[in-house]
Design a protein around this ligand. Structure first.
Ligand code: FE2
Length: 370
């Protein structure tokens, strides 16, 4: 069996890397559209700094900052409209996973002949779009190196990915200095998203030696550094290690796919309005125990790397990071189980899970969390 490994053309990392934004963008285009979330980036001064760096390098720069916390297909259409109005030839996505996912969808659909809903419902994406530079300000999603964009349609309501080569950022610019202002609860849940992605990539049915190496080292870094970054946001070695871990987990899972945590996380997240990293963190120990017998060698290797039974260590991390261990606090309702399971079963993530997951397996996990 053959496999292909793909990632961003260029990955620039390290403290201060953000200062290279203008130079990197000027190699690609002349007219930039900065895509970012509402207010947070402007309040932190990041939006102004981004525009200043681009203009200092001779680029025309406009900003689209109406990306909601869960990017919707309508918000992507509005961004594409802005991009076309400005004839932008490079998109800068800066923020958490949502802003970067919106930026990738806007760049990827720049030359599309239908609206975002058309592609959300399954039409193949155009082969090329406007290139995207992705600049994460959290450490978790790995969105800076993945060829997909998680979007929602509030009308149905559904949350799922659109995917295609044109969504892969051409440049991932990862500066841990940008993650320092993340509050502890965001540090915790985005870090647990990275841990989940690393573990699900590691034992995915599509894992390769390349993805396994990246994923396992990410697990090791997160185990050591996430509690430190949570306890002290100004701990730069911890912030830097988490930025690398998130990046490596992202590179890995973009090539290996994910597993049952992510299969269940989207229907649960949209139904009960739970942040993605938090729902992943809560599901993780349960899915790990489910997979233990299907992937015993990898389970033991994970346990060796984290220094204890792998699922127990994941549970211990939840407590240390002050994340609840169940979904009682969001009102998880048994009457919803059939619908949640039905929405999870077709997920591509579930198909990559090492254990072939049954409806009964999913119900048992939900029961344990109710
Ligand atoms: Fe995730």
């Amino acid at each position: 069996m053959t496999s292909t490994f793909t990632t961003a053309h260029r990955i620039v990392t390290g403290q201060g890397a953000f200062n290279d934004l203008g130079t990197l963008a000027a190699r690609i285009g002349r007219t930039s559209l900065v895509v970012t979330g509402r207010r947070a980036m402007r309040d932190a001064g990041v939006t102004d700094r981004t525009l200043a760096l681009l203009r200092a390098a001779g680029l025309d720069a406009d900003v689209y900052e109406d990306v909601p916390p869960e990017p919707t297909i309508d918000s992507v259409d509005a961004g594409v409209h802005r991009l076309r109005q400005r004839s932008a030839d490079v998109v800068i996505g800066i923020g958490g996973g949502s802003a970067i996912d919106a930026a990738k969808a806007i760049g990827g659909l720049a030359h599309a002949d239908g609206d975002c809903a058309t592609y959300f419902r399954g039409k193949a994406l155009p082969k090329t779009g406007v290139p995207v530079i992705a600049v994460p300000t959290t450490a978790g999603t790995g969105a800076e190196v993945t060829p997909n964009s998680v979007l929602s349609d509030p009308a149905t309501p559904t949350k799922q990915s659109i995917r295609g080569d044109a969504l892969m950022p051409v440049v991932a610019l990862v500066d841990p200095n940008l993650t320092v202002s993340m509050p502890p609860n965001v540090t915790a849940r985005s870090g647990m998203d990275a841990l989940t992605q690393a573990i699900e990539s590691y034992w995915s049915l599509h894992a390769t030696p390349i993805t396994e190496g990246l994923a396992l080292h990410a697990v090791k870094l997160i185990r050591k550094h996430l509690p430190k970054a949570f306890a002290d946001g100004a701990d730069m070695p911890a912030r830097e290690a988490m930025a690398y871990a998130s990046l490596m987990a992202g590179i890995a899972f973009a090539n290996s796919r994910l597993g049952a945590v992510h299969g269940l996380a989207h229907p649960l997240g949209i139904r009960y309005h739970i942040p993605h990293g938090q729902v992943c963190a809560i599901l993780l120990p349960h899915v790990m125990r489910l997979n233990r017998q299907a992937a015993p060698e990898k389970y033991d290797r994970l346990s060796h790397v984290v220094g204890g039974d792998a699922a127990d260590v994941a549970t211990g991390l939840l407590e240390r990071l002050e994340i609840p261990a169940t979904l009682k606090h969001v009102g998880l309702n048994r009457a919803d189980f059939d619908a949640i399971v039905a929405e999870s079963m077709p997920s591509g993530s579930l198909k990559a899970n090492p254990k072939k997951v049954t409806e009964e397996d999913l119900v048992a996990i939900l029961e344990a969390l109710a």
